[in-house]
Design a binder for this molecule. Sequence first.
Ligand code: SF4
Ligand code: SF4
Length: 384
Amino acid sequence: MHVELNHLSISELDNDKASQIIESCVHCGFCLATCPTYQIMGDELDSPRGRIYLIKSALENNQFSAKSLKHLDRCLTCRSCETTCPSGVEYGQLLEIGRDFMETKRTKLQSLYRFIIRKVLLTPILFKPVGYFFRHSKVTTKSLKPNNVRSKVLLLGGCVQPSLAPNINHSIKNILAKLDVEVIDGLQSDCCGALDKHLAASKSAMKQVKRNIDKWSLQLNSGIEVIISSASGCGVMVKDYPSLFKKSDPYYDKAIIVSSKTQDISEYLANKDLSEFRLSETNISYHEPCTLQHGQKLSGLVESILSQFGYIKKPIKDSHICCGSAGTYSIFESEISNQLLVDKLENLNASSPEMIVTSNIGCLMHLQKGSSIPVKHWVELLDV
Ligand code: SF4
Ligand code: SF4
């Protein structure tokens, strides 16, 4: 059911959720200190508190302009503000509702540009040649197979990762084969829906989410133990699926099951006996993606796994701050994105590492763009 707000339509679920999130903000301003865009722009309207105010004003009084939309566009959706907020404000969810609602202020040219980028990224036949051109790694050997299958997992493909860095999932398959785990490959076309959702294409995102839930529920019922994500950006989206449905929606219970069965590869490996493995390089700097630390709240987990193999954790300045990748942000907001990249690389390189590692394909490609040393997914170092 939709409610009409001065001729603009918003679903009842989004309207209720937005009101409840807006009410939970006590305007303390603690979040300003950890917001990258506020640090760079110095404008309250480019802070979480300012954006909450803009969304409130849009939803309650229909007071918004193209400028308001620009302030929302500049948000990285890094959710650093959520980690800092003492009141538990679910800012990320509110932002997406606000973006959907304010999308009407976008010019036709901007909308067309966004549509083209979205379609290219999400259509494997269109993205494969682009991915080949920008390819970060390639696979030259066959993946290992387990000797005795003890369990079966579904490994999410990701929409861009298979074309850009196929070695990531190849390494995971080799690692899991040694642990006697059979991997079922997720399809490249089974995108998690995050790209659509973050670009205010909610209808398209919801279609994809429902398709995934139907398909993965069947797979979970036929022997798949866990759904593994090697891109923390996809993982956080799938874990958040229940928040997209009303409790009375038939998809809600299925979304809870899919979400509870989804793990980042670090969660899956954390409780496994990894004594037969070693790291191909230990002088590394680890960049923890926002989607892992602020989204999935798994801060420190990858480094605790790496430390079993002689990696010594080094403090990295501003490790809570986004690298500027943020999905398609680096395409649409390149100036802020590049500034964050320069700062991030300076901080990661302060200890003179041989390599930078991370947990998300977007961060990996973005960091590699400006880095003179290799940038890899941390699982690739275990596949030796
Ligand atoms: S979002 Fe949280 S930290 Fe920021 S002003 Fe509101 S209550 Fe304070
Ligand atoms: S999500 Fe990140 S960029 Fe956006 S308001 Fe929160 S801290 Fe700032």
